[in-house]
Design a protein around this ligand. Structure first.
Ligand code: SAM
Ligand code: SF4
Length: 326
């Protein structure tokens, strides 16, 4: 699938739930999140049919996200069904890691290839504050469970916030010295519950690199499997890599290869645009895989050239990040 800007669209991110067992400061409000009703959320067999239509339209890689994907029952069985679609060559998961001790092994056996774990601090009290109550020890147990299950390469997503966790960047980078972890630093985006304050708290990628200078030179290196928009480097002698994802200071829209789908079946050609294409209504009205594939192709044709995020509050969205999947 090629869009009007000659981008090859082959990657689908599916939010399987808008619910979460954490409440990260920048992603969800503490309370009062409007949750999608159960009838509105797509059933697994409905998601599967949409994936089949997306595959027909050219999708080859799928990532499951949320909300927190591991809190939805039936995820492992769904991964197994995805694994049976021969055209899909990569199935990945983005998770906060809390439930990985329970699910890592069975997910791997079902065909999941790798996980990205979101982790913004290595300090337990700080973790509890950023996630509004989460346990860092549980995430670390999840990390080890993922490694022993063979869900690799294991990537960390660390959203950097000024005055909150930007004093820990060298500590995160040091993790790559002894372990084959891929630590990715992400610029805070004005989306979700951070839309009004992200600008002042964002630490740009050039600033992040400066904060890592004490560790020695960052040596550019080739892409890590499924590397997406991150640019990767390595510290001398390190086992893992350090990646930088800059949605704001240097956006990567020209190379964007993805589509997103919300848990109620809205296809989003761009994370940052409220433009959505409803797949659930035609699906529930009886549309077949071919009909849905045609709608997917139309959505791709309308994919914007680039995002229009600005710092001082972002009007072009009605969803928080937990509803879109990041
Ligand atoms: N719950 C899972 C997790 O946290 O990995 C999956 C969903 S979460 C919405 C996906 C990713 O979006 C996470 O890595 C999170 O850090 C990131 N994210 C959420 N809000 C963000 C924001 N305002 N700016 C940058 N990244 C954000
Ligand atoms: Fe939940 Fe992930 Fe959002 Fe944190 S970033 S609140 S873990 S969906």
């Amino acid at each position: 699938m090629q869009d009007q800007f000659q981008r090859q669209i082959n990657y689908l991110r599916i939010s399987v739930t808008d619910r979460c067992n954490l409440r990260c400061l920048y992603c969800m409000p503490e309370d009062g999140v409007e949750l999608i009703s159960r009838e509105e959320v797509l059933r697994w067999e409905e998601i599967l049919k949409i994936v089949q239509s997306c595959v027909k339209a050219g999708i080859r890689k799928v990532r499951l996200t949320g909300g927190e994907p591991l809190i939805r029952l039936g995820l492992t069985a769904f991964v197994r069904q995805l694994g049976e679609i021969p055209e899909i060559d990569d199935i990945a998961l983005t998770t906060n890691g809390i439930l990985l001790p329970q699910y890592a092994k069975e997910l791997k056996a079902a065909g999941l290839k790798r996980v990205n774990i979101s982790l913004d601090t290595l300090r337990p009290e700080r973790f509890a504050r950023i996630t509004r109550g989460g346990s860092l020890a549980k995430v670390w147990a999840g990390v080890e469970a993922a490694v022993s299950a063979g869900l690799e390469p294991l990537k960390f997503n660390c959203v950097v916030m000024r005055g909150t966790n930007d004093d820990e960047l060298p500590d995160f980078a040091r993790l790559t010295l002894t372990r084959t972890f891929h630590v990715r630093f992400i610029e805070l985006m004005p989306i979700g519950s951070s839309d009004k304050w992200a600008g002042g708290s964002r630490v740009t990628i050039p600033e992040i690199k400066e904060k890592l200078a004490e560790l020695g030179p960052l040596l550019p290196r080739e892409q890590v499997t499924g590397g997406g928009p991150a640019k990767y480097y390595t510290l001398p002698e390190a086992k893992g890599t350090i990646g930088f994802i800059s949605a704001m200071s240097e956006h990567f829209c020209a190379a964007c290869n993805r589509l997103r789908m919300t848990s109620e079946g809205k296809l989003r050609p761009c994370l940052h645009s409220k433009q959505e294409v409803d797949l659930r209504t035609p699906l529930r009205a009886g549309a077949g895989v071919d009909d849905l594939a045609a709608i997917v192709a139309q959505a791709v044709a309308r994919k914007p050239k680039q995002h229009s995020m600005v710092d001082d509050g972002w009007a072009d969205n009605e969803r928080v990040m937990s509803q879109i999947g990041g």
